[in-house]
Design a protein around this ligand. Structure first.
Ligand SMILES: [Zn+2]
Length: 459
């Protein structure tokens, strides 16, 4: 709208000017080199306007002619740049394909085409050298990358990988620490540094790294909580070994707060309360943990709390704990063991029947069945068969401490897996089908213990 009004004003002024010029033509006479020109003022103005237009036109042509070599050079440079970028993309694709030769070839092409900035080509060459098992070249190239702030982290990564491949662990960790300090979002550096610190049981520095890594998003909240609680449990174990009972309780409490689902934390908290003589607190922790996940180590702590009570009283204690998770195998084993101590044969048998019928293979179940057969009916033959089964199925318990990374069974919980070294990977759980249901029509192992022994032997 504003433009339209401005346009109308300009047109109006021009028309008014033209009309005024037509009404007042005036007269101009020019004498020049023996010539005499008689004309009007409007004609002089028109001639001037034509001269200006012709001048601009000629100037444009001259500028285009002068600029041609520059434009040609620009096009050539642009073509080279595109070729260089394509070589870089192909080179990094070769790295992903683990083709060291192809990557080196493309890096050379990129270096040639992008001669004014070769840092990306250097990065490519460094990765190719690592891939091609050429550590000396890789080290030189990665060291070169440290010079620029933009490529420094990549250089440190290359140097760390190279140091690790040569077995220089300390040096590798220094590179990871430097990279993580420069950029806390460098996930590889945060993880490498943390893993190295926990492997060396440097718990305090590991907690500092973990907090920084959580803040920068290297670890999710759940991952960070599990790792923090695992460190606290490891420190708690060290405090127990050192006889620091109060410190052990404090650390176990902190571990439960950090990750309420970490079973070893609850087991240690229960043990610590028991060691301090606080049976009711210990029982509370065990009952809470039992509701989440029953476990033989929890059962052991619980039994320890009431060891001096009479056998019948201990059965009711076991029943009380089992109530929180009545169908679980651990609950059945706990009550059955207490019932056998009290010679309550019927109660023991009723608790053991379901897992025996389901074909559960557990040495503790088999030992309890042997005690039952011997105690109730003095049936030494059946008792012996159950004991044989107990030996056969050792190591085949439905649930055990197991590494979630490599699947290896562990006799006890540890902060790191003894087999593969992964931190915070040992959990309580099943590594395979928990029960073997007998095929229909086939008598269960409770009727034919020798069948169970044979079946266990084939595993
Ligand atoms: Zn493992």
């Amino acid at each position: 709208m504003v433009r339209l009004i401005a346009f109308l004003i300009v047109v109006g002024l021009l028309v008014a000017g033209a009309v005024w010029m037509a009404e007042n033509p005036g007269a101009v006479t020019v004498h020049w080199l023996g010539w005499r020109i008689d004309t009007s003022v409007p004609m002089i103005l028109l001639a001037l306007a034509v001269l200006v237009v012709v001048f601009w036109f000629i100037r444009g042509i001259v500028a285009t002619l002068l600029g041609l070599p520059g434009a040609f050079g620009r096009r050539r440079r642009e073509k080279r740049r595109r070729k260089g970028l394509a070589a870089l993309a192909d080179g990094f694709a070769a790295i992903i394909a683990e083709d060291s030769y192809g990557a080196r070839k493309k890096a050379a092409e990129a270096q040639d085409a992008l001669s004014d900035d070769t840092s990306a080509a250097t990065l490519l060459l460094a990765r190719a050298a690592l891939l091609g098992d050429n550590p000396k070249t890789a080290r030189d190239l990665n060291t070169k990358l440290l010079a620029r702030r933009e490529t420094e982290i990549a250089g440190l990564r290359g140097l760390m990988d190279e140091a690790l491949s040569e077995g220089r662990t300390d040096e590798a960790i220094d590179y990871a620490a430097r990279a993580f300090e420069r950029n806390p979002r460098a996930a590889w550096a945060g993880r490498a540094l943390f893993e190295a610190q926990v492997k060396r049981r440097q718990w305090e520095p590991a907690l500092v790294t973990l907090e920084a890594a959580r803040k920068s998003g290297v670890y999710t909240a759940a991952e960070a909580n599990r790792r923090k609680a695992t460190i606290l449990v490891a420190r708690c174990d060290e405090a127990i070994t050192g006889g620091q009972t109060y410190e052990a309780t404090r650390l176990a409490k902190k571990a439960v707060d950090a990750d309420p689902d970490l079973l070893p934390a609850r087991i240690r908290l229960a043990r610590s309360h028991a060691a301090e003589g606080n049976a009711s607190k210990a029982a509370g922790v065990v009952e809470d943990a039992w509701r989440r996940a029953p476990n033989p180590e929890l059962a052991e702590v619980y039994r320890g709390l009431w060891g001096d009570e009479d056998a019948l009283k201990r059965v009711s204690r076991a029943e009380h704990l089992a109530e929180t998770n009545p169908e679980h195998l651990e609950s059945r084993l706990l009550v059955a063991a207490a019932a056998l101590d009290a010679e309550l044969w019927g109660q023991a048998r009723s608790r053991l029947k379901a897992p025996v019928d389901a074909g559960v293979r557990d040495p503790r179940l088999a030992r309890l069945m042997a005690r039952l057969e011997e105690g109730e009916h003095n049936n030494l033959g059946d008792a012996l068969r159950w004991l044989r089964q107990a030996v056969e199925v050792i190591g085949h318990e439905p649930e055990a401490w197991r590494c979630t990374a490599c699947g290896t069974r562990a006799a006890k919980w540890d902060a790191s897996c003894q087999a593969c070294g992964t931190f915070a990977s040992v959990t309580w759980g099943g590594g395979r089908a928990l029960v073997t249901l007998p095929p229909e029509g086939v008598p269960s192992p409770v009727d034919r213990p020798e069948a169970a022994v044979a079946a266990a032997g084939t595993r």
